[in-house]
Design a binder for this molecule. Structure first.
Ligand code: TYD
Length: 233
């Protein structure tokens, strides 16, 4: 399917900015990069995303929510595989896929956050992702208060913009209790300590450029010289 690099962290940690910067960096190096996100990333997934992030759906059952995230993921993996097969037929290099959130988000938000059993989530993650695991996961670690403050400011700014109504519908999680997000952050740090080879923790309180160069170092360290990234995988 190509090389999968995922970005994780609490709201407001700067994942999306860093994903784009890494995408630009890798494209400049000559790689074919596909940027995507969860929930969403596909036509069907974007429709499910709207349901998941709609503040009017606060009463959603935790299992219903879990299944919707997994449904989004199943669709995304299916489409990424089709894309990868098409490239293969054309004899082109496989892509590097940069994904804003993936299976670790489900483990920490639905598992550590909402208390659903880890065995259930692991199994559903495996089914939806067809066992595909990220080669690298960048975990942008940030203190919860700072993250939520940044996320709220982002929401206020976007409410004032033309796309405000859609963006404000995405603020359901950002309005949740600090306690929930503390559990999420702790969950992330715990899973990172269990899988240090894959999950690299980066201090998201640093300046944007500093974080970017740390991420570049991680990617180069993992794959050797950057020119080797994505070839023949
Ligand atoms: P989004 O607006 O994309 O937030 P962010 O910019 O912080 O990624 O909203 C995604 C929300 O969905 C976020 O609060 C985390 C949540 N989420 C889960 O609870 N479980 C999951 O499996 C995924 C992928 C996301």
């Amino acid at each position: 399917m190509g090389i999968l690099i995922t970005f994780e962290g609490i709201e407001g940690c700067g994942k999306t900015t860093q994903l784009r910067l890494l995408g630009d960096y890798l494209r400049k190096k000559g790689y074919t990069v596909h940027e995507t996100r969860e929930p969403g990333g596909t036509f069907i997934g974007d429709q499910i995303r709207k349901i998941l992030l709609n503040p009017e759906n606060k009463g959603m059952d935790a299992i219903a929510e879990l299944l919707l995230y997994e449904a989004c993921r199943a669709q995304l993996i299916k489409e990424l595989r089709v894309m990868s097969d098409e490239l293969e037929v054309k004899g082109k290099d496989k892509k590097i896929i940069l994904c804003d959130r993936f299976t670790d988000s489900t483990l920490v938000y639905q598992g550590y956050g909402r208390g659903i059993k880890f065995e259930i989530i692991d199994e559903l993650n495996r089914i939806a992702s067809r066992g595909i695991k990220p080669a690298i996961t960048i975990l942008l670690d940030l203190d919860v208060k700072t993250g939520l403050k940044r996320a709220r400011e982002r929401n206020i700014n976007s409410r004032q913009s033309a796309v405000g109504s859609r963006q404000s519908a995405e603020s359901r999680f950002e309005e949740e209790a600090l306690e929930f997000h503390r559990k999420v952050r702790e969950g992330y740090l715990e899973i990172a300590s269990k899988e240090p080879e894959r999950i690299k923790v980066i201090d998201a309180a640093m300046a944007v450029e500093e974080i970017h160069s740390e991420i570049v170092k991680v990617v180069n360290w993992k794959f050797g010289a950057p020119t080797k990234v994505g070839r023949g995988n």
